[in-house]
Design a protein around this ligand. Structure first.
Ligand code: ZN
Length: 154
């Protein structure tokens, strides 16, 4: 299966049947993400467990790529430590933005996202959920702040 086929199949599947779609209540942290260029909006809620991301959910409205990317992300980051998530975020970012980079095996199913490299305008759609998750995780470490974290792509 070539990259474009994989891209189409995985994006269609996860857009139609998003995994971990919903809202955790109570949650340890949450963040809102907004991509005004496309109109994608999503909210990530999460719960930590023993230093790992125990549960993570997302909800919102967006294009197929933003929804599928968030769905894939929640599957990929569950059960990982903050350091592992930061590493994966870095890997995804690199894969999405460097059109010459080989696609790392460690990405697993997330490799399908590399298909957006062909469409630079959609990279923000695919990366919105990752920025939003990072904001929620940052928020986790700044105790005492009560307003929810939010992030807008530029
Ligand atoms: Zn979008």
């Amino acid at each position: 299966m070539d990259l474009q086929e994989l891209y189409r199949d995985v994006i269609l599947d996860h857009n139609k049947h998003p995994r971990n779609f919903g809202h955790l209540d109570p949650c340890d942290s949450s963040a809102d993400g907004n991509n005004p260029l496309c109109g994608d909006r999503l909210t990530v809620t999460l719960r930590m467990q023993d230093g790992e991301l125990g549960e993570v959910c997302f909800e919102g409205k967006g294009c197929a790529i933003s929804t599928a990317s968030a769905s894939l992300m929640t599957e990929a980051v569950k059960g990982k430590t903050l350091a592992e998530i930061a590493q994966l975020h870095e890997l995804v970012h690199h894969t999405l933005t460097d059109t010459q980079a080989p696609i790392p095996k460690e990405l697993g199913k997330l490799a399908a996202l590399a298909g957006v490299r062909e469409y630079p305008a959609r990279v923000k759609c695919a990366s919105l959920c990752w920025h939003t998750l990072a904001a929620a995780l940052d928020h986790l470490q700044t105790e005492g702040e009560s307003s929810p974290a939010s992030v807008t792509t530029e």
